[in-house]
Ligand binder design. Structure first.
Ligand code: 3PG
Length: 320
């Protein structure tokens, strides 16, 4: 996997659990619990002696899982982690030695930064994906928003003080590549073999990350005349009639199509924080994108995408 593919996968999965494991014999079970929860990646921190062995065990048992090392505070540790099978290296701060070792060995490295000066340092090494740490204590989403002005080319993996409640704020931030944290895989959950709870917390985070919400219902009718006749009924309920080219909107909630458009009965439109990411999420759940319907914004990110499958006789699409 190239560095670009790795970062694209981080973006799509969107969450990178930060693991502190004391007993490497639990590594496979932990990996399975995360994969079952929809998060096939992890940053295993060198905060315990078990990290190296845990990385080995996880990568051996689940080669498809993206396992990297965290809290890598020097080049020697980076080498140790990579020899154990780590696919990427994360550090809490910016250590030029670690960065240089990783670059020389073609290992994706995500050093920690919390200030503009440190970001500039990262850029001088050609790094445009950096870890924003400690996120909440350093200003959280407000700081990230300010950093997006001068550093529009930088994307952050952000960790430190994030949990299921403030997760949506980070999910909405344009310059966040992926969100990390320990809340899904707390050391005591691992120590007490609470695998089902880890899976539940991962699933909960994955859902929260999407921000899927219904924005309108589209109703098919055979003709313009039929569309306006249906509109009259909705108008009786107090909806404002807003005629368009191919449909009539009733306020924001209902779109009456002037033809038998996509879907047996019509379509459902859902908004989400990031269409590309939610397309990945829905593909994991068996849905397939109707490629001819995909629209992109100026930066190449998906804006609209319909799926080939229907739900209850309704086609559905995502919209940003
Ligand atoms: C890290 O190393 O990224 C942090 O320790 C994770 O922070 P959290 O424990 O507050 O999630």
């Amino acid at each position: 996997m190239t560095k670009e593919e790795l970062f694209k996968t981080f973006h799509d999965i969107g969450l990178v659990p930060v693991v502190k494991i004391d007993d490497a014999s639990k590594a496979e079970k932990l990996a399975k619990a995360m994969i079952d929860g929809g998060i096939p990646c992890a940053e295993v921190t060198f905060r315990t002696d078990a990290a190296e062995e845990a990385i080995k065990k996880m990568t051996k048992a689940y080669p498809e899982m993206i396992v990297g090392a965290g809290t890598v505070i020097n080049a020697k540790l980076a080498e140790k982690a990579v020899n154990a099978g780590a696919k990427f290296i994360v550090s809490p701060g910016f250590n030029p030695e670690t960065v240089e070792w990783c670059l020389a060995h073609n290992i994706p490295v995500v050093p920690g930064v919390a200030t503009p000066s440190e970001i500039e340092r990262g850029l001088s090494y050609g790094l445009t994906v950096l870890k924003f740490f400690p996120s909440e204590a350093s200003g959280g989403v407000a700081m990230l928003k300010d950093l997006s002005g001068p550093f529009s080319q930088v994307k952050f993996m952000t960790t430190g003080g994030i949990n299921v409640n403030n997760l949506p704020d980070y999910a909405k931030a344009q310059n966040v590549l992926a969100i990390g944290g320990s809340w899904m895989v707390k050391a005591d959950l691992i120590a007490n073999d609470q695998w089902d709870e880890i899976t539940r917390l991962c699933k909960e985070a994955v859902i929260k990350l999407q921000g899927i919400q219904l924005v309108h219902v589209g109703i098919n009718t055979p003709s313009e005349k039929d569309a306006f006749s249906v509109a009259e009924d909705f108008a009786k309920l107090g909806y404002e009639t807003l005629p368009g080219n191919s449909s009539v909107f009733m306020g924001k909630d209902i779109e009456i199509m002037k033809s038998m458009y996509l879907g047996k009965n019509g379509h459902l439109a859902f908004k989400c924080y990031d269409v590309d990411r939610t397309v990945y999420f829905l593909k994991q759940r068996g849905f397939t994108v109707n490629e001819s319907t995909v629209k992109y914004d100026a930066k190449g990110a998906m804006k609209v995408a319909y799926f080939n499958e229907e739900i209850g006789g309704f086609a559905f699409h995502l919209v940003k």
